[in-house]
Design a binder for this molecule. Structure first.
Ligand code: 3PY
Length: 258
């Protein structure tokens, strides 16, 4: 079965609810003006928690094809966890995707592979799709052990998972040295790791699962490099930072196939 490409905009800690409103309206307009075919590329925005309700209202009111999700989630259901947000809270707001293990959370919040795996499990059990991030730092890349490192992150997070469940998740490869630096991995660099991820999924969970699981590239993806990235056989979309904050750039990336 062919994998549907996914263009996901990670807004990080940017935009208040008024700015979110403006961006989503602008994005919807851009996509509509170009007759965007959502069956050829899913479009997902991932705002801060405080903007989700605003995004939901716009998307529902105009029955837009744009999907929305969250940047993180708690592994707890409810209770005394100050500052945390549960899967059921996100699900009730209509979120369909949740990111976990972004390198900024791993670095600033000491998130381990095991915690990232537990978050992915929680999200899947709540009926949403996890976007599990992985990626190496510059030292690891320079040492030439990046493939091993990234596969280690994924294998630790997905230990004990069934092939059926793995096929439902999205994996996002984001080399840390390419995040917010303007440096992009070349399409060949990105394909090397995304291809290795798919080969490891085939080895661990079988060819059918590897064929079904979507693997995204992230890290300074922009309109200027998206076509080349999307031409790679194992890249099924992108997790986009800065370029997703502008309606025209993001919409242009979602139309990579045009
Ligand atoms: C980036 O493109 O910089 C990202 O971190 C996307 O998640």
């Amino acid at each position: 079965m062919a994998r549907t490409p996914l263009m996901a905009g990670n807004w990080k800690m940017n935009l208040d609810h008024l700015e979110a409103n403006h961006l989503v309206q602008g994005l919807a307009m851009e996509l509509k003006d170009h007759n965007h075919d959502y069956s050829r590329c899913e479009v997902l925005v991932i705002p801060p928690f405080t903007d989700i309700r605003t995004v939901q209202t716009i998307v529902d009111a105009d029955e837009l094809g744009i999907k929305y999700g969250a940047q993180d989630v708690s592994i707890h259901d409810n209770g005394a966890y100050t500052g945390e947000i549960s899967t059921s809270m996100l699900d009730k707001l209509g979120c369909t995707y949740v990111v976990m293990g972004h390198s900024e959370r791993r670095e600033y919040h000491n998130e381990s592979d095991e915690l990232v795996g537990a978050k992915a499990r929680k999200v899947l059990d709540a009926g949403m799709t996890p976007i599990l991030c992985c990626g190496e730092a510059l030292e690891v890349r320079k040492a030439g052990t990046h493939v091993e490192f990234v596969l280690g992150q994924i294998r630790a997070a997905l230990a004990g998972w069934s092939a059926e469940d793995v096929a439902k998740i999205v994996i996002a490869y984001e080399p840390i040295w390419a995040i917010g630096t303007g440096e992009t991995a070349t399409a060949d660099d990105a394909q090397e790791v995304c291809g290795a991820i798919r080969a490891a999924l085939a080895e661990d969970f079988g060819a059918e699962t590897a064929e079904a699981t979507r693997v995204l590239y992230g890290g300074s993806a922009k309109p200027g490099n998206i076509k080349e990235l999307m031409a790679q056989p194992d890249i099924d979309g992108a997790l986009i930072g800065g370029a997703s904050l502008k309606a025209d750039s993001f919409a242009e990336m979602a139309r990579f196939y045009a």
